[in-house]
Design a protein around this ligand. Structure first.
Ligand code: STR
Length: 415
């Protein structure tokens, strides 16, 4: 399916080719913002639509005619997209709350959603504080004599440790998990290797679920396995699917939230001052970061089960629809003419859609806000002189099409 749309597709003229190597994220976001609310895109040879505006996203995310089941995708039915397509793992990721809709979705999601309500995640606060402080000690040691990578030593291990604690994943698995997700998300990974990693993830997570089945513990994976009174218990495949979704979503996105907030503050020192002086809350920093520099650039994908009329056009039945959250967060219609500025003093409330909307709205939103709300103040408390070790333009994205994923984040602690 490589490159077909660019050559033969009748829409080629209006099609925005999404760069799998993310060489110019700012430029791509600008082009999406300048285009139509529903824009024709190409994802590694596969044509699709993307939603670039808040209002249309809000409407489509509650439209039951758009579904997550890949079998509703015409390109999948015709065999034009197969497991050889590099983004297949983002869509065909096994049966879980991420891939089904309607009553089945409610059944698959219920227990997880209850476990991560704001009230329930607040119980994790001391755990997150402990992990944060331990990581800050390690960061101090690693950065004692010069630049240190804030991603490796802080922004990555923090959410990975927290979601592991929640799900009952052994921390000894972290290096392996990190290696697998890096290969999974990178568009430079040869497809046979990516498929092998996807297979390996299934083996690893299935083994974890079997271990929890034999020896249930006080964690969400065990809770997902145990049958509810009356309710239909989840199958092993469903528990594995939910566990995979939670571990992937629970760390990959929060890394971005933490690093993007630090990047925004360090490149807007006058705003950082306001925060450190207590004039603006960390909560505002977090919401403005979520809006302006979304951890998820493009969310794949939903499929039209009927022709859907929207914004003066029709999404034909069988087509795929992406949400371009980065462009949506900078929609001037929602956030005003200065939508592309990072501004924690903006007068209007920050009503962003970065966690999605509707039945699939991110169940982990409260957890990620809590993590960032602990990580950021503690980081700046400990290292008030924290500074970028390279010019901000030199902080580059990894070749990850769907996530706003930074290669590394060199800082000077200046403690
Ligand atoms: C990664 C691979 C996998 O095993 C399971 C999932 C399901 C959840 C997905 C995840 C994926 C990729 C990142 C996602 C996450 C849900 C939220 C997260 C899309 C496909 C976001 O980036 C918002």
């Amino acid at each position: 399916m490589q490159g077909t749309a660019a050559s033969g597709c009748p829409f080629a003229g209006d099609t925005l080719v999404i760069d799998p190597l993310v060489r110019d994220l700012a430029g791509e976001t600008e082009r999406l913002r300048a285009g139509a609310p529903i824009t024709r895109i190409e994802l590694l040879g596969a044509p699709a639509w993307t939603v670039t505006r808040h209002a249309e996203a809000r409407q489509l995310l509650t439209d039951p005619r758009l579904v997550k089941d890949i079998n509703s995708w015409r390109l999948w039915q015709t065999g034009e997209v197969t497991r050889e397509w590099p983004l297949i793992g983002m869509i065909d990721s096994g049966r879980s709350m991420f891939t089904v809709d309607g009553a089945e979705h409610r059944r698959l999601r219920a227990k997880t959603a209850q476990a991560v309500t704001p009230r329930r995640v607040a119980e994790l606060q001391p755990v997150i504080e402990g992990i944060t402080d331990r990581l800050l000690d390690g960061l101090a040691a690693a950065g004692a004599d010069g630049p240190v990578d804030l991603k490796t030593h802080f922004a990555l291990p923090l959410p990975l440790s927290v979601v592991s604690e929640l799900m009952g994943v052994d921390p000894a698995e972290h290096p392996r998990l990190h290696r697998m997700y890096r290969a999974f998300f990178s568009m430079l990974t040869p497809q046979d290797e990516r498929l092998a990693v996807i297979e390996e993830m299934d083996v690893v997570f299935t083994a974890m679920v079997r271990e929890k089945t034999a020896r249930p513990a006080d964690d969400l994976t065990s809770a997902l396995i145990l049958a509810d009174e009356g309710g239909e218990p989840l199958t092993e495949e469903e528990v594995v699917g939910n566990l995979k979704a939670m571990v992937a979503a629970g760390h990959e996105t929060t890394i971005g939230l933490i690093l993007n907030a630090v990047r925004a503050l360090l490149s807007h020192p006058e705003q950082l001052r306001l925060v450190l002086d207590g004039k603006i809350s960390w909560e505002t920093v977090i919401e403005e970061t979520l809006r302006w520099d979304t951890p998820t650039t493009h969310l794949l994908m939903r499929f039209a089960t009927e022709d859907i009329e929207i914004a003066g056009m029709v999404i034909p039945k069988g087509d795929g629809v992406v949400m371009s959250y980065r462009a949506i967060g900078r929609d001037t219609g929602q956030h005003g003419p200065e939508a592309d500025l990072f501004d924690i003093t903006r007068p209007t409330p920050i009503r962003h859609m970065t966690f999605g909307h509707g039945p699939h709205i991110c169940p982990g939103a409260a957890l990620s806000r809590l993590e960032a709300g602990i990580a950021l103040p503690r980081l700046f408390d400990r290292f008030p002189g924290l500074a970028l070790a390279v010019p901000v333009e030199e902080i580059r994205n990894l070749p990850v099409l769907t996530q706003n994923d930074l290669e590394s984040f060199p800082v000077l602690l200046n403690s």
